[in-house]
Design a protein around this ligand. Structure first.
Ligand code: TYM
Length: 328
């Protein structure tokens, strides 16, 4: 069987962008693949975090994975910082990557632009991500569209390492959803929806209540034309809402456009708010049951143990190939 790996940063409450772009496909894949899902707390500290909030969000994200349909008996769910091989291999891959290629990453450029001080970790974030993926000999990485460039870099680093030292790593492929790969901000539909957006109205969180969801969708930026059709360039607002509608109903955008022919944005938004609320209320219920449970700790303990076993095996091979440490 093939292996999949994906990670999410505990840098805020999950958004419907995270869900539709990534999380939604995980339960569909877990039966078919040997699956690893990671809470990447080392990635989160590339920007300042409040320590208590970070800890809480790490636990919250673990509960959210399961609430969204991950079965801990089928997958390995674990916290990145509890598997030290990740940072060790990340260092080794930093010595394979060049500063130039890291500086060319659009996420680095976006996050560092206009900042007075940027951490070195923000620059070396992609080799850590490559380490996450390569340690498990991953075949497929299911992610949203914004991670494309990082996966491409991961492939390059794997190939470079294999050519330069020894054929250690599997070179992974990316898997992107057809609908939902890029959910945009409700307030600025040319910008992606992000869990760390300061404008709360721009983002629907998986823990929002129905009232808040309705408010946010009703105030979502559209256009003055009032015709429901998909045109990403000229009508980015309504096109984004159509994508969200499609993601939560599994209907095609064409089908939805046909259903709303002759209707206005008001009706459409009212229906969409109800669809999103109903869908995520099940997730929320499961989430709240899990968050406080001891079961969650048992699951993460098991995940840590299993991930460590697999990761340390690959790390050992990579160290040997590079000539680090003694040969046993
Ligand atoms: P993160 O935490 O920003 O996002 C988690 C997942 O959600 C996807 N995503 C979106 N999809 C659609 N529309 C959006 N607006 C949207 N926003 C986020 C992301 O593409 C991602 O799949 N670097 C990664 C975390 C990571 C990782 C990894 C992922 C670390 N190591 C190894 C895969 C494999 C990140 O910051 O995701």
């Amino acid at each position: 069987t093939q292996t999949i790996f994906s990670g999410i940063q505990p840098s805020g409450t999950l958004t419907i962008g995270n869900y539709l772009g990534a999380m939604k496909q995980f339960p569909e894949l877990q039966d078919e693949y040997n699956s690893y899902f990671c809470i990447v707390d080392h990635h989160a500290i590339t920007v300042p975090q409040d320590r208590l909030k970070l800890r809480e969000r790490t636990r919250s994200l673990a509960a959210m994975y399961i609430a969204c349909g991950i079965d801990p008996n089928k997958v390995t769910l674990f916290i990145q910082s509890e598997v030290p091989a990740h940072t060790e291999l990340a260092w080794m891959l930093q010595c394979v990557a060049s500063v130039g290629e890291l500086e060319r990453m659009t996420q680095f450029k976006d996050k560092s632009e206009g900042q007075e001080s940027v951490t070195a970790g923000l620059l070396t974030y992609p080799p850590l991500m490559a380490a996450d993926i390569l340690l498990y000999q991953t075949d497929i990485v299911p992610v949203g569209d914004d991670q494309k460039q990082h996966i491409e870099l991961t492939r390059n680093l794997a190939e470079r390492f294999n050519n330069r030292y020894n054929d250690i790593f599997n070179v992974p492929d990316i898997k992107i959803q057809e609908v939902g790969a890029r959910i945009m901000s409700l307030q600025n539909p040319t910008k992606k929806m992000s869990k760390s957006d300061d404008n709360q109205k721009a983002t629907i969180y998986l823990l929002d209540d129905p009232k808040r969801i309705e408010k946010k969708i009703k105030s979502a930026v559209t256009d003055s034309e009032g015709i429901i059709e998909f045109d990403k360039d000229n009508k980015p607002g309504i096109s984004n809402l159509l994508n969200i509608y499609a993601g939560f109903t599994n209907k095609s955008v064409d089908q939805i456009v046909a259903e709303y022919e002759g209707k206005g944005y008001g009706d459409f938004k009212t229906d969409l708010a109800e669809i999103v609320s109903n869908y995520i209320s099940d997730i929320q219920q499961r989430y709240h049951e899990l968050y406080e449970s001891e079961e969650l700790d048992d699951i993460l303990d098991q995940g840590q143990e299993k991930a460590n076993k697999v990761a340390s095996k690959t790390l050992k091979k990579a160290k040997k190939a590079m000539g680090i440490g003694r040969v046993h």
